[in-house]
Design a protein around this ligand. Structure first.
Ligand SMILES: N[C@@H](CCC(=O)N[C@@H](CS)C(=O)NCC(=O)O)C(=O)O
Length: 267
């Protein structure tokens, strides 16, 4: 598989470090999926090209826009990795994610699931991001920066997504009026607290997890970009960061809601 990332100003030192991190690795199997890169120049433009051993066959997504699946769609787009998408109806009763065929791919019955062409399946959005990003500029080579990427991705899954994503789901698709008031209050309070933590970090940082845009930003962008629409207050540093993320090369918006219940969040 070949990925092409263009319009990226990759500094010489970055490339040196990037290449050094490949030394000694062998890109031979899906289990040890790694990348080999080279740089092409045409005129003033510099292109980074990488070859990935093991092909991504398909991504299992939902037909309604899921932020967790959007993380993966966004990274695949930014890395230029072609793939097939299989959309499952998670609003059906029972959801298509609970079919025996899908449970064989992810016993936890949830999308996103990334399927490689040898049939290996990987679930959990942030694990998929980490797998795809290894060896690319989307995951830093520096040990501390890489741990900081993970720090924010775990934060996203424990302190942000369980509130912001859940409130979004029930607002648009679940029927918020059927929820316990104290649950809704908890989603609002704890989700807001997570957004404030992000604002505090961004008051003196440009991105999460190191100095450069990375999968930590993708993980946090997925539900933050639409949080204002379900009533959260977005701190000013977070608003500025959302704009920086939208301006990244190859950025794609989350897909539209085929049920028409969620407004477009890309405006
Ligand atoms: N921690 C998981 C959460 C995945 C998740 O909650 N997926 C939802 C859609 S966003 C789903 O598949 N729901 C369908 C179901 O529960 O049957 C991840 O980050 O991938």
């Amino acid at each position: 598989m070949l990925g092409l990332r263009h319009d990226v100003d990759v500094g010489h030192e970055d490339l040196e470090a990037w290449h050094a991190s490949f030394a000694g690795r062998r890109a031979t199997t899906h289990a040890v999926c790694s990348f080999r890169t080279m740089t092409l120049r045409t005129g003033a433009k510099r292109y980074s090209v990488w070859a990935m051993a093991g092909s991504v066959a398909r991504l299992y997504d939902s037909s309604i826009p899921s932020g967790n699946a959007y993380k993966v769609q966004l990274l695949l787009a930014q890395l230029g990795i072609e793939h097939e998408t299989v959309s499952l109806d998670i609003l059906a009763d029972p959801p298509q994610t609970r079919s025996p065929e899908f449970l064989a791919k992810n016993p936890n019955g949830r999308i996103p699931v990334l399927e490689l062409d040898d049939g290996t399946c990987l679930s959990e959005s942030n694990a998929i991001l980490f797998y795809l990003a290894e060896g690319t500029p989307m995951c830093p080579g520096d040990r501390l920066a890489r741990a900081q990427v993970l720090q924010w991705m775990f934060f996203e899954q424990y302190s942000h997504e369980p509130y912001v994503a859940v409130l979004k789901f029930w607002t648009y698709w679940g029927g918020l009026e059927r929820c316990e008031a104290r649950d809704v209050e908890r989603w609002r309070t704890r989700g807001q607290a997570a957004l404030e933590v992000m604002g505090t970090h961004l008051a003196d940082h440009t991105y999460f997890g190191g100095d450069a845009y990375s999968i930590a930003d993708i993980a946090l962008y997925a539900y933050t970009h639409s949080a204002g629409r379900v009533g959260y207050r977005i701190p000013a540093p977070v608003q500025a960061w959302l704009q920086r993320v939208r301006e990244q090369p190859g950025h794609v918006p989350i897909k539209a809601d085929p049920t028409g219940r969620a407004p477009s969040t890309t405006a």
